[in-house]
Design a protein around this ligand. Structure first.
Ligand code: BGC
Length: 866
């Protein structure tokens, strides 16, 4: 048996990380294991495991164990191993400075703010080095160099955090990089910290008005002596050739700039917020070469064939005075087009380049497929490559089928995830937004976890969410980090309010979904209070209004971007937003109750009861005598008045408010929120009629889209569900594919059938929310259903659904016990299925007529008439 892929808190061999808890996990590669296999996990300070500091033994079918981190010591390298009969695997991790005081001081400079500065120090090392660690953070963004060579493969450090509450530093192992005489330097840019950021023109200096740095280099020599080099006012500070940089606008490098010496000063800023990192590094993942052509306006264009987030790099010839690369998602009328980027300039400019050299940006990224080039010949431009950059995560799921367009859709979904998983989960990577919108990740979380090992990435985001939450009384903002700006007249309310359904429910949906996929109790326990606080935030307002157990108050976005309002371009859909919010109140209470139960917490009962009370309130409000109540009191509630006011301000029109929309009906069906079979049938009939009225097309937005296909299929409308998935005209997923999309769009009509863009005020071609359809493809088409959260026996449910749209389909999901694959193939009416289950798992297999049989680990082949 092989034990491999050992991780601590979701990361392989984390170095210098902060650990609030420890979750050890591993995978098995083997065909057979005894039933009650137990594992011993040991943590030691030495590789020979003589000095064991923690040990436990478990029989856990998910190959994971969580414990408190209270035995850890600062800057300590630990070895850990997993052993079971006949096999063993060893890995290691290292702690950060933890609560060790910083000897270093924050340094900055006296002169007025510059877009980029360089802090440096000459160092001599005259004895053989045993080990050396650099702990550092530069704000806004920084890159470290030793003798002008970049240290490590990571970009955009320190990443995007709620810098007003926490500053997560990086740790570098520089043991092998030290030379007798060297220069240690840090190049800093603006980043999210002080560059222009946030929609509607944005703000500068959001967290600070100058770059600053704190760093400690700890060297241990082979003779046992140690040395500590710290930032202080002996460091040298200069300007750099980077003359402009911001997340939205790009970067300008002027090689003709005369470097100025600045005055280094120590600043007394707090070091209390410094903490070791918990997030995965951001790196270059793939490179692309371009096709080159001139557009209809005669401009030189590079087409990389794939929409991505990243930048371009290459060798710039000597004697180029002015070279400009501008980045865009799309062409319009065969011409380079940037109107939908709103104010984001997305430009990389090089001035006064005298010698041939390699160039790339440092402190900006672009969302693009096309690059317009000025100042280079076609031949010179062609040598530039595009680099896709995102937070590094293991891929967990692969898919293929006989349907090319479906395969392309799956690729688009994966790309939109990668493109928007850069430090935090963003809405889009290109226009002047790129923020951690909570609603988008709420609806996409399940798909995100199928695709990638998201624990460290989303764990970091959840930490930002809960830090922000503490400052808004348990509410959850519309995005995190939440930059704090003065609440003056005319300010966009998204910046000053918090706590709407779907968006705020990220607080419960994320921890619950991560637990379902990864069984990480440490991570769940870390976020349980955030879950509880969020539900309490709704509950307390509900109580103050008489305890109706409905969420019919506050500012709600309802079914964002749905198509059923009848108003062209409207962001609001027709579904009663109190219905959407109440269903999410129910889900959040339910997920919280389940999480508390898993953690054996005595608060469980209260939230179980609350879940049931909300359910009863929904049934009472939305049904009369076993039929849907078309005129519930919530249509007149506070929440709908506020929404109407907003729609009036936005479009100068009122929006219809109904509950028998595709979204309303599917939410009730998807979560079993009906009193009995008759009421269920009423919902099904209405949904079926609604679809017929729309020729089988969807009208749903952010809230309804993830629910609709599941609701159809689970309620006997399989044909309708698959027709929806395989529709090729607008609005549909494959319409985007037909229009040449390589990522998923923000709006169903982002592009019109004639290829023109439908609007420019809010229209991205790289938003992942509607990619939530992937969980339907995993769970319904392939039929892979994860074990219930309270099941500890790793029992999967395999329930594929067959459709004439496909000849065959195959999916491979990485589970804690190895790869689980399902493949089905149709031959006339006969279906052959192979299910490969990893060791220590089993599955209930369900056939089309509802029969079931048990499958055991290993290859299983079945065949029947479908
Ligand atoms: C973003 C979204 C977000 C929405 C919320 C948009 O501008 O791009 O995806 O969730 O605003 O209102």
């Amino acid at each position: 048996m092989k034990i491999h892929n050992l991780k601590v808190n979701g990361i392989n061999e984390p170095l210098g990380y902060h650990f609030d808890y420890l979750t050890f996990s591993w995978e098995l590669a083997t065909q057979h294991v005894p039933d009650n296999l137990s594992f011993t996990i040991e943590v030691a300070k030495d590789s020979t495991f003589l000095d064991i500091v923690w040990k436990d033994e478990i029989i856990d079918t998910f190959n994971t164990i969580s414990t408190t981190a209270d035995f850890l010591e600062p800057r300590q390298h630990y070895f850990w191993r997993v052993s079971t009969e006949n096999s063993q695997a060893v890995s290691h991790f290292e702690t950060s400075k933890m609560d060790e005081l910083w000897s270093a001081d924050w340094i900055t400079y006296n002169e007025k703010s510059l877009p980029s500065v360089r802090f440096s120090k000459r160092i001599s090392v005259d004895k053989p080095v045993q080990s050396a660690r650099l702990y550092s953070i530069g704000l806004g963004l920084y890159e470290v160099e030793l003798n002008n060579q970049k240290v490590g493969q990571e970009y955009f450090t320190p990443g995007y955090h709620s810098y007003d509450f926490i500053e997560q530093y990086q740790t570098y192992d520089v043991t092998d990089l030290l030379t007798p005489e060297m220069e240690l330097s840090f190049i800093l840019g603006n980043g999210w910290y002080r560059g222009r950021f946030v929609f509607e023109g944005g703000f500068e200096n959001l967290y600070g008005d100058k770059q600053k740095l704190i760093a400690e280099l700890h060297i241990t020599y082979q003779d046992g002596s140690t040395e500590l080099i710290v930032t202080d006012n002996s460091w040298k500070t200069t300007s750099t050739a980077i003359q402009d940089n911001s997340i939205y606008d790009g970067e300008t490098i002027d090689f003709g700039h005369t470097i100025k010496l600045l005055t280094t000063v120590e600043v007394n800023d707090t070091k209390q917020n410094l903490q070791g990192r918990i997030d995965p590094p951001i790196g270059i993942v793939e490179s692309f070469t371009p096709c080159v052509f001139y557009d209809a306006a005669g401009q030189l264009i590079l087409d990389f064939g794939q929409e991505m987030t990243g930048w371009i790099s290459g060798t710039l010839p000597a004697n180029k005075k002015r070279v400009i690369f501008q980045f865009a998602e799309i062409l319009q009328n065969d011409t380079f087009y940037t109107d939908n980027l709103r104010t984001a300039k997305q430009t990389f400019t090089i001035l006064n380049n005298d010698i041939q050299r390699f160039i790339r940006p440092h402190f900006t990224f672009f969302g693009f497929r096309y690059v317009k080039v000025e100042g280079l010949s076609e031949h010179e431009a062609k040598t530039f490559k595009a680099q896709a950059i995102h937070s590094l995560m293991d891929e967990r799921f692969s898919f293929s089928s006989s349907h090319d367009k479906l395969n392309q859709l799956m690729s688009n979904i994966r790309w939109s995830q990668k493109d928007n998983f850069l430090s935090i989960p963003t809405d889009c990577p290109q226009r002047d937004e790129r923020m951690g919108w909570t609603g988008d990740i709420t609806v996409f979380a399940n798909t995100a976890c199928y695709n990638m090992e998201t624990r460290a990435f989303l764990g970091h985001f959840m930490q930002m969410l809960s830090l922000e939450q503490k400052h808004v009384n348990g509410a959850i903002p519309f995005f995190a980090p939440l930059p704090k700006v003065d609440n003056k007249e005319g300010l966009n309310p998204f910046l000053t309010s918090a706590g709407a359904a779907v968006w705020g429910d990220a607080a419960t949906v994320l921890p619950y979904t991560l637990y379902k996929h990864f069984r990480d109790k440490g991570l769940l326990a870390k976020h349980i209070d955030s879950m509880v606080d969020w539900v309490d935030f709704i509950y307390q307002q509900d109580e103050a209004r008489g305890g109706n157990r409905l969420w019919d108050f506050g500012w709600q976005l309802g079914d964002w971007l749905a198509l059923d309002s009848g108003i062209k371009g409207s962001v609001f859909g027709a579904t009663d937003s109190a219905l959407v919010a109440s269903v999410y109140y129910y889900l959040s209470a339910n997920y919280t109750a389940q999480a508390l139960h898993i953690l054996n917490d005595k608060r469980t009962k209260f939230y179980q009861q609350l879940t049931e009370d909300i359910r009863q309130a929904i049934l009472k409000t939305y049904f009369i005598e076993n039929k849907l109540n078309l005129n519930p009191k919530t249509l007149q509630s506070e929440v709908e008045h506020i929404r109407q006011n907003m729609a009036n301000t936005f479009a100068g029109q009122s929006i219809p408010t109904r509950i028998d929309t595709q979204t309303g009906l599917s939410l009730l069906l998807r979560y079993g929120l009906y009193p009995n079979e008759m009421a269920q049938k009423d919902l099904i009939d209405r949904l079926k009629n609604n679809l017929t009225e729309h020729d089988g097309f969807l009208t749903t937005g952010f809230a309804g889209t993830p629910a609709l296909p599941h609701a159809l299929l689970d309620n006997g409308l399989k044909q309708e569900a698959f027709n929806l998935l395989f529709k090729e005209a607008a609005p549909s997923w494959l319409f985007e594919v037909n229009m040449g999309a390589t990522t998923t769009w923000e709006r169903w009509d982002s592009l019109l059938p004639d290829g023109t863009i439908s609007g420019t005020d809010m229209n991205s071609l790289n938003h992942y929310a509607y990619g939530a359809i992937e969980d339907f493809i995993v769970e319904k088409l392939l039929g892979i259903n994860l074990p219930d959260v309270i099941d500890n026996t790793a029992t999967y449910t395999i329930f594929p659904h067959y459709t004439d749209h496909l000849d065959w389909v195959e999916g491979r999901l990485k589970t804690p016990n190895g790869d689980l694959t399902v493949r089905w193939e149709k031959n006339g009416t006969r279906v052959s299925i192979s299910v490969n289950l990893p060791v220590r798992t089993k599955a209930i297999f369900i056939t089309p007529n509802g029969d079931y049989q048990w499958l055991q680990a290993g290859e299983n082949h079945l065949s029947f008439i479908a």
